[in-house]
Design a protein around this ligand. Sequence first.
Ligand code: MLT
Length: 311
Amino acid sequence: NATDIYNILVSDTMSKEGLQPLLESDLVHCVQQNVAEVDDLSKFDALLVRSATTVTEELLTKMPNLKIVARAGVGVDNIDLDAATKHGVVVVNAPDGNTISTAEHTFAMMSSLLRNIPQANASIKEGQWNRTKYQGSELRLKTLGIIGFGRIGTQIAQRAKAFEMKLLVFDPFLTKDRAEKLGVELGSVEDVLAQADIITVHTPLTKETKGLLGMKNIAKTKPGVFLINCARGGIIDEQALKHYLGTGHVAGAALDVFVEEPATDRELLDFDNVIATPHIAASTKEAQLNVASQVSEEVLHFLQGAPATNS
Ligand code: MLT
């Protein structure tokens, strides 16, 4: 009904500018408040979240009017999808708004890891001047193994080419033809494990990818391999990673994501050759504007009867 006013709850912090389509629309009333602080959740038609809000069955039960949950980001692992289906709630995301930011962050992590930039930065600020300790390695001619070759993996490959890296990718959905077109070599997981000097993962966290780089698979990597995870905590098994950092088999790891966030595993973070950031790969002005405006537009259209495009 065109005269209806829809109630929208924005539970996590989002770009104000990105929310403009909702804030300016006469069709909706938008409340920006955490779900935990809202007394009556029953009136809301739409819920917008990033990763801080967990959408559980219990929450959905408190929101009988809810029609759509929109995730201003890519990963929907903070949303109980089965429960949403059961409650007839559509779940949408913003699949490409933070692709470039995440690819750039992964690249920054890789450069930092191979040149010990965070460690050298910390040491110079402590008054030291240690040039030999922080000798690194070039990226040129190194084989970069990319596991998961979707939007983000593709953008990383493009950047890696400018650095004259060799690219070996695994993705079950990638054809040989498309790999050739994109100028990368397609291999199996085993190929990537055996041949890559640096491995970066860019898959969602699923039953298949959880612990993908665990005890068995890390053992198959080259001694001195570098591992990067800017995707989801748990794709690299943290216990296995600690084991192989301890033996020296893994030369270093760059992590933006953790099994538990905020990250609490001191033993992992205390390795000198582990560099870490607090899940900020998508934290740029550009990406946050993109994802917030993508979901705002999508929610607005959906509430007016259009089918969801990114469900
Ligand atoms: C995502 O899934 O989009 C990223 O992890 C960023 C975020 O959690 O906001």
